[in-house]
Design a protein around this ligand. Sequence first.
Ligand code: ADP
Length: 394
Amino acid sequence: MSISKDDILTALTRVEDPELRRPLTALGAVRKATACDGYVGLTIALASNDPNSQREVRARLEAAVRSLFASRDEEFKSLSVEFEGASAGTKVQANAPSAQGHSPIPLGQKAATDAGQDSPSGIPGVRHVIAVGAGKGGVGKSTIAVNLAVALARKGHAVGLMDGDIYGPSVPTLMGLDGYDALVRENMLQPFYLHGVKAMTIGKLVDPDKPLIWRGPMAHGAFRQLVQQTEWGELDYLVIDLPPGTGDVPLTMTQLLKLTGAVIVCTPQKVAQDDAVRAVKMFQQLGVDVLGVVENMSYFIGDDGKEYDLFGRGGAEMMAQRLALPFLGRVPINTALRRNSDAGDPTGNFEPTAGDSSGDALKRSLETLAQNLENQVALVSMKRAASTPKLTIS
Ligand code: ADP
């Protein structure tokens, strides 16, 4: 059986605060613990802000977690530790400064304020955070994330797009950010504003040609800074494009943010479904509502206007049904979508004849996704409001 949050908490009963010499669990210092697929996330509140204490506690926590995994003969992948109300102990180094020679905030430096402590989403001014994930790469997750963000913005919402795929950022290409430089004002990154969307990506902060290799704590720090050191302002929706599969980034995200939910992108084939099911389970294990499934590359419309079923149309919809998840809609394989994506022009997908031979099928399918997503967000928000106890004093 895989290691659960309770197993982690039990293992931590032996870890003492170096100054107070009492177990962290007895001190109520373990504020949050998550465990998923070998990745462990902990939020710890220490009495002191001393970096040496934080380092010591981190080492003790890691030793305890490692020995738990070893005792169960399970693979330990990474531990990310977030110190609450104190400067994060995770330092991040970028591969290189930005190619354009501007001066973004050095990764590793902390924002002026500890952002979002009192905001429901974890980011001040942001109402809904929606993660877009997929079981595997290449299914069109980033493409769907970008087009969902643009579609929501075209409906009149204030929308942000964060490229959480820190290992392989696609947002610079998909949003057409070439030629734009990241700007920093008062220690905060200013998002790019294109296609009606505020966007931020690590792809504009590091050398675009260097491989992005992040160890667990570095990935945690990079993600944290993109979220917390970007001046998002007031947003109805912040869409986060996650790396494919399960891993440390989703875990970090749930440590830092309170999500409205996640969207899963899947192609119709059985192998894609199998991986998507794993992604769904991961979100459920992390306590994130799955708002729905998108079937991308569902079918192909030829020059003759006929629809061709290449991958087994309806496969992802059936998977959603099996898991009792909402189905948000399907997007056809479309040459115009690929072309506009390569050209960094998602707005082109919403032109009346965007879909070439398919007429406005592309535009309609993207708008339907956004509408269905909005409906699910409203539903989840209503359910949460109904389950929040209210105190009436008469
Ligand atoms: P992922 O984020 O899952 O790795 P991407 O969004 O980067 O995938 O998409 C991979 C490639 O497939 C990109 O070139 C993109 O333009 C293309 N693509 C995605 N969805 C479609 C689609 N429905 N029709 C045509 N091309 C698509």
